[in-house]
Ligand binder design. Structure first.
Ligand code: CAA
Length: 257
């Protein structure tokens, strides 16, 4: 399917989506978000793909929601718009999604990265929630996901006073998984995604679900859900294969069944 605002590539078992509005620093307009959701869902439904990577370019992952597009909107138009709900579609992707972030990850761009399961950043990445400068607050999960990722103190400073984080700070505060030189961050993200994509698909899916549940539920409910998923995996061929391969000292062959 041809896209206007993104580019899609396949690297082995990894689906790569490049945000592609470079003149607007990849600002997220409605078309881009819609195309992104469609591309993610298409890869999610494709059995030959095991993990996804979203990236921008070296200068900008995404500089936020498209301010020019939303500036004149009324509250009711915002309420009825698909724009913010599209982030729920992104959250609904079952396969692991890795953000490869270089340069600006601001506002909705930072929120998009935070909606992914892991983040590989370049040394030039800059994460921030500058919405306060334009009279609003983060609207695509920033207040919730940042508070969970970096804690209340720093999240407050970022949301209330536009405190941005360098890549090194983001790593120190647990916002990103790893930082690489700008020449290598995408390669690192693709390698990480390829590693994950090569693992047992059903266990990967349930592992993602279980970790995400940790941010939504009580410890005892989360532990119970984890136990159910763990027990369920003993009904899969991949569990039999994985444990047999260990005992027989050979590599497992995953069937995703
Ligand atoms: N929306 C629309 N256009 C944007 C944009 C955005 N978020 N960010 C950058 N652009 C456009 C600029 O308007 C400019 O376009 P023109 O050449 O047509 O004027 C182009 O991208 C290049 O930007 P700058 O000239 O501003 O580049 P710079 O290097 O001087 O500054 C920047 C870079 C600091 C990132 C600056 O562009 C900036 O502050 N951008 C806005 C960041 C922002 O406020 N993001 C939050 C948006 S609201 C949001 O995201 C809500 C939500 O939670 C969902």
């Amino acid at each position: 399917m041809p896209y206007e605002t993104i580019q899609v590539e396949i690297h082995g078992r990894v689906g790569l989506i490049r945000l592609n509005r470079p003149k607007a620093l990849n600002a997220l307009n409605s078309l881009l978000l819609k195309e992104l959701a469609v591309a993610l869902e298409t890869f999610d439904a494709d059995e030959t793909i095991g993990a996804l990577v979203i990236t921008g370019n070296d200068t900008a992952f995404a500089a936020g929601a498209d301010i020019k597009e939303m500036a004149g909107a009324s509250a009711v138009e915002m309420l009825e718009s698909d724009f913010i709900p599209t982030f729920d579609r992104i959250r609904g992707i079952k396969k692991p999604v890795i953000a490869a972030v270089s340069g600006w990850a601001l506002g909705g761009g930072s929120e998009l990265a935070l909606s992914c399961d892991m983040i590989v950043a370049s040394e030039t990445a800059r994460f921030g929630q500058p919405e306060i400068n334009i009279g609003v607050i983060p609207g695509a999960g920033g207040t919730q996901r940042l508070a969970r990722a970096v804690g209340k103190a720093l999240a407050m400073e970022m949301v209330l006073n536009n405190r941005a984080l360098s890549a090194a700070e983001a790593l120190a505060h647990g916002l990103v998984n790893r930082v690489a030189p700008v020449e290598r961050y995408l390669e690192e993200a693709l390698t990480l995604a390829a590693e994950v994509a090569g693992r047992a698909p059903i266990a990967i899916r349930l592992g993602k679900e279980a970790v995400n549940l940790a941010f939504e539920t009580s410890l005892s409910e989360g532990l119970a859900a984890e136990r159910r998923a763990f027990n369920f995996l003993f009904a899969t061929e991949d569990q039999k294969e994985g444990m047999a391969a260990f005992v027989e000292k050979r590599d497992p062959y995953w069937r995703g069944r």
